[in-house]
Design a binder for this molecule. Structure first.
Ligand code: FPP
Length: 214
């Protein structure tokens, strides 16, 4: 969800206002994705690298995650199940604060019964960290390191392969997002900053998927 900062700068607003608008837009986009009958939507909310940002900005983004995971009534109304992907809370490198952990756990439990779209939020997530853990665990498994055993030891083994990967705000490169799961994904690059990414943009991305597999 790139471009929150640039969206704010273009309006002479602080970067944090861009993130606030980014969270609002995610809530809007989830509604549209449900209307499009998408089965899985995964968003990059906070990376393992994002901890290096200025503290007030990090605090603000953490608060927005607490807000997003608190939208349980809306998610239930839409029949959306929420999941989280990231460094396991008990791992040595994990940095997710307790209050965000609590919000994540509660949202997962309170939407677990929903059978519509699955919304997965990547928080304290890095594709390389995920692969290192998966390979270490695969090595200790009976079959050793194989594509299947790596897949089985990803953070969320049931997450389907990515059908279309979207990058907003003019970034035309792959980031540290779902590296293993994105093999073979279509790519949708757009100049639109995340807070302005709406229905028309989503439809353009979906048009890249041959037979609907999202
Ligand atoms: C990227 O824009 C955004 C982030 C790193 C922050 C996370 C996203 C949000 C707050 C949107 C809401 C989502 C959730 C899950 C609460 P940027 O800061 O890199 O903007 P720039 O590229 O213009 O500098």
């Amino acid at each position: 969800m790139d471009g929150n900062g640039r969206w704010a700068a273009a309006r002479d607003l602080p970067r944090t206002d861009g993130h606030t608008e980014g969270e609002e837009n995610l809530a809007r986009l989830v509604r549209i994705a449900v209307q499009r009958d998408i089965s899985h939507l995964t968003v990059f909310g906070f990376s393992t690298e994002n901890w290096r940002r200025p503290r007030p900005e990090v605090r603000h983004i953490l608060g927005l995650h607490e807000k997003l995971f608190g939208r349980v009534a809306e998610l239930n109304e839409l029949d959306v199940r929420i999941q989280w992907i990231g460094r396991p809370f008990d791992s040595r490198e994990a940095r997710t604060p307790k209050y965000v952990q609590r919000a994540i756990r509660k949202a997962i439990a309170d939407t677990a019964h929903n059978t519509g779209m699955t919304l997965t939020v990547a928080f304290d997530y890095g594709g390389r960290a995920e692969l290192v853990q998966a390979v270490e665990e695969a090595r200790r498994s009976p079959t050793g390191i194989t594509p299947d055993s790596i897949s089985e030891h990803l953070y969320l083994p049931d997450l389907p392969p990515v059908a279309v990967l979207v990058r907003t705000s003019g970034e035309r490169r792959v980031s540290n997002f779902l590296l293993w799961q994105s093999a073979g994904a279509a790519l949708h690059f757009t100049e639109t900053p995340w807070p302005d990414f709406g229905a028309a943009e989503l439809d353009a991305a979906l048009a890249l998927v041959p037979a609907r597999s999202v």
